[in-house]
Structure formats: C-alpha cells, structure tokens
Design a protein around this ligand. Structure first.
Ligand code: ADP
Length: 487
C-alpha cells in the first residue's frame, strides 16, 4: 500500500528551508490565536455565570417598572379582550421589554399574566432573534424552556416573591429569574428573564475553536518534525560531504608533497650517482683507482646514505610514541651537545629556562633531533661568532609551551623564508635541505608547530618550537612517580 505521508514528506522537503520554518511558525501562531479566542470566550462565559443572578435581577426589575403601567390596563379575568386588543398590548409590552433589556447582552425576557395564563411582550437577544424567531411562541419564551418558566412565574405570583434557578435544558444551561408585578397591591403578572450560560452556539464555537487550534498545532508539530528530519538530513549530508572533501584534500596535498619530495630525492640522488659514475668511468679507462678517488666514492656513498637516513626520519615523524616529558631537560641537553661546535665557531650559548614549565606529550629523541638541527643551523649561520640563545616559556592563555632557538647570525632573505621548510631547500654547499622539513613534520606530529622569525636585511633569526601542554592530571601523576623514583 502507498503511504500518503511519504508524498507529503517529499513535497515538503522540496520547499526551501526558510519557507518551511515560516510555515511552521505561522501554524503555531494561528493555533495559539485560535486557542486564545476560544479561551477568552470561555472566560467571558464563566464570568457571566458568576454574575448571572445579579444581571437577571436588574433586568427583571427594569422589566417590571416599564411594564407595570401597561399591565395595569389589562382587564382581570374573566373579562375578555379582543385579539386586536391583545395584539396592541403585546406590541406595547414588546417595546418596553426591548427597551429594558437592550443593555443586557444575551438576556431575554418578557411578561406572564396570571389569570390569562398567557405570555406577552417577549424580547430576545439580538444573536438569537433571527434563528429562533420561527420556533418560538409569538410572544413567549422559547419552546424548550416555556413550561419551566410558566411554573416558576406562576409560583412567583402566588407566593409574591422572586425565584431564581439555574437548570440544564439540554443542550443549554440556563439561568431563569421570575418576579411578581403588583397592580394595586395584587400580583397579577410576573416578569421573566433568562440567559443562557452554556448555549449550543457557544458550544459549537468553542468546539470549532478547539478543533481548529488542535488541528493547526498538530499540523505544525508534524511539519516541525519533518523540518527537523530535513535539517538533520541536510546536516548529515553536509558533514559527509565535508569529510569527503577533507579526505580528498588531504590526499591531494599528500600526493603533491610526495611528488615534490620525490623530485627532490631524484635530484639529490643524481648528483652523488653522477660523481660515482664518472669516477668509475675513469677506472674503466685504466686511470686509478687511486686513494683520492676511492675517498671521493666513499664520500658520495655516505652522502647517499645520509639522504636515505633522513628520509627514514621523515617517514617516521608521524608514528612516534608520545610520553609526558621535560622540555627544559632537552634544552639543556641540546646546549651541551652544541657546545663543542659553538666553541669552534666562537659562539656563546645562553639558556633561559622557565621554572614552572608544564609537561608536553613528546617523543624525547625526536624533539632532541629538532633542537640539534636548530642549534647546528644557528651556529652555522654565525661564521664570525655570536650569541645562541635557548629559551623555554609557557603561555597559560593559549596553554602552549614554547622553546625558542635564536641567533645573531646572517638572518634570512625573503626568498629563503618562503621555502625554508620545503624538503631539499638549502643554501649550504654540503647541506641536504632536509633538517627543517623534518623538524617541522616532527612538530606537527606532536600537534604543535615550528615557526620562524627573521627580519629581511637584518641579522639574526629565531625558530620557535610550539608544543601543546599535556593534561594536568597526567602531570601530577608524573611528579608523584618522579618522587617515588628519587626516594
Ligand atoms: P640544511 O641545513 O641542510 O641546509 P635545513 O633544512 O636545516 O637544511 O636548512 C635549510 C636552509 O635554511 C639552510 O640551508 C639555510 O639557508 C637556512 N637556515 C636555517 N637555519 C638558519 C639560521 N638560523 N639562520 C639563517 N639561515 C638558516
């Protein structure tokens, strides 16, 4: 069987999102408005119920005052009146009751003559007039209530006192009041006033109002659910699409990087191979092998070996075991290892270490490799001697640990700055150009970074290794372990 809701869902999903949200909001607002109108009606009716007694009493006494003089003219039983005379009296009484009840919304009323057992001068509320005129007696109460009112009016006349009653006359609940009208000290008639506390028209309107608001609210809920479904599908689709694009981007970035790397490797490997080839060709022609050319070949082989070794580091940067460690210790170690080379180049080393440095998660050998590379580069950049500074610090706002290696050397030209971290970029005759590329890979694999600062044309350069701080709870654990070990 075909589910009709699927068709609705499909059509709905095709509507632009803004319009969908607008429709849902409009439906809820309309439902609230319908509910509010119906509720206001109920409140008004309830208020009326509470004050019905007082309203009917006031309306009844006005009726009695206005009708008394006319009724005084009516001949008492058994005198007869012609139909024409009855009509005249009825019309006059109608005028009086209409005038009396004009200001009482929803109240109807009239007169009842005791001896003639006759209703006269009835007036109806405006909203009922049209629909009920045909069904009512010409000049009395509506058919359903007429007997009730007659008995009550009769009782009011006989006992000479007003009576009020609230009674269910399905489908209505009515409040009825009757009161005697005295002519020359004798109760000859009664006024009757009636209001409907719950009437069919009101019930109909309320039910319609509730149905409308419930329908609108239900429709709104269904559409809101479909809207949510639509939104979640869109979000899921967008997330999948973003993930796919990111994976694709990473893949193409990696491919591009690999392509560059391979081109660099090819270039780097070719030079020593060319050297080895030309030496071998000389040997072929019977020149050599002499100790010098043997040394040359060994040097080229070592260079090839160095390139392969560094490439291996490059590929391993991603897969190192990270443990909480002390970066200050590594800074001191790097300074110690650089001391000999620094002395040879007339370079002074200074270390400024932060005392409250938190632990990063790190692979100590890899980070030491980065530091060694930075200190070696710095010393090589100061052929005339200078100052090498190693400093550590912690930035609590970014929760980053920083280690800076700064020198007073040659500095970097803009062109060098742009390509510094690319594999095989070197300005040194014997350099491989892999040191900084590998150092940066290692920093990234630690979720950190390696930044460079150098002002073009000015001496000095500074490299900052950034590592994220390791979770504190681990730090405390580490401190405790240390204490235990020291004890
Ligand atoms: P290599 O040292 O084999 O050349 P690196 O990747 O370590 O490879 O360095 C790349 C280049 O960056 C160097 O050749 C040099 O030109 C430049 N460089 C690195 N560190 C410094 C520094 N502290 N001062 C000036 N130039 C530097």
């Amino acid at each position: 069987m075909i589910d009709p809701t699927i068709g609705v869902e499909r059509t709905w999903m095709r509507i632009p999102l803004k319009i969908q949200i607008g429709v849902v909001i409009a439906m809820f607002v309309a439902a609230l408005a319908a509910l509010g109108t119906t509720g206001a009606g109920v409140v008004a009716r309830e208020g009326r119920r509470a004050s019905a007694g007082a309203i009917l009493a006031r309306a009844g006494s006005l009726l009695a005052d206005h009708g008394q003089a006319i009724l005084a003219d009516a001949p008492l039983w058994p005198y007869e009146m012609s139909p024409e005379e009855w009509n005249v009296m009825d019309r006059r009484l109608i005028e009086q009751s209409v005038a009396s009840l004009r200001s009482f919304e929803g109240v109807e009323g009239g007169y009842f003559l005791r001896d003639h057992k006759r209703f006269l001068g009835a007036s109806f509320p405006t909203e009922l007039k049209k629909s009920n005129r045909d069904r009512r007696g010409q000049n009395g109460p509506p058919p359903r209530e007429i007997d009730l009112i007659e008995i009550q009016a009769d009782a009011s006349i006989r006992r000479n006192q007003p009576f009020s009653i609230v009674v269910d006359v399905p489908p209505s609940t009515v409040a009825i009041r009757t009161a005697p009208i005295l002519v020359e000290g004798q109760a000859i008639a009664a006024s009757w006033t009636m209001t409907r506390l719950v009437d069919p028209i009101f019930l109909d309107r309320s039910v319609q109002g509730y149905r409308l608001s419930a329908g609108l609210a239900l429709g709104g809920i269904v559409l809101a659910l479909l809207l949510t479904l639509n939104l979640s599908r869109t979000v899921t689709r967008q997330k999948l699409e973003r993930d796919r694009l990111q994976t694709e981007l990473r893949r193409s970035e990696r491919l591009a990087a690999l392509g560059k790397l391979l081109a660099g490797v090819a270039h780097e490997v070719r030079n020593p191979l060319a050297g080895i080839r030309s030496t071998a060709q000389l040997w072929q022609r019977g020149i050599g092998p002499d100790p010098e050319s043997l040394d040359d070949i060994l040097a080229e082989v070592d260079r090839l070996d160095g390139i392969v070794e560094r490439l291996l580091h490059f590929s391993k940067a991603d897969s190192q075991t990270l443990l909480p460690g002390n970066l200050n210790d590594l800074a001191i170690e790097a300074a110690r290892l650089a001391a000999l080379l620094a002395e040879r180049h007339d370079v002074r080393i200074e270390t400024t270490l932060a005392t409250d440095l938190p632990s990063p998660l790190m692979s100590a050998p890899s980070i030491l490799q980065v530091l060694r590379n930075l200190t070696t580069n710095a010393i090589q950049a100061m052929p005339q001697g200078g100052l090498l500074t190693i400093a550590t610090r912690f930035d609590p706002s970014t929760r980053r640990i920083e280690l800076e290696v700064a020198d007073t050397g040659t500095g970097l030209e803009p062109d060098a700055l742009a390509h510094l971290f690319e594999p095989f970029f070197t300005t040194k005759p014997t350099g491989t150009g892999l040191g900084l590329a590998i150092a940066r890979e290692i920093a990234l694999a630690h979720r950190g970074d390696l930044l460079v600062r150098s002002r073009p044309g000015k001496p000095g350069a500074s490299f900052t290794l950034i590592l994220p701080v390791h979770d504190r709870s681990h730090d405390r654990g580490l401190e405790r372990n240390r204490d235990v070990r020291t004890v």
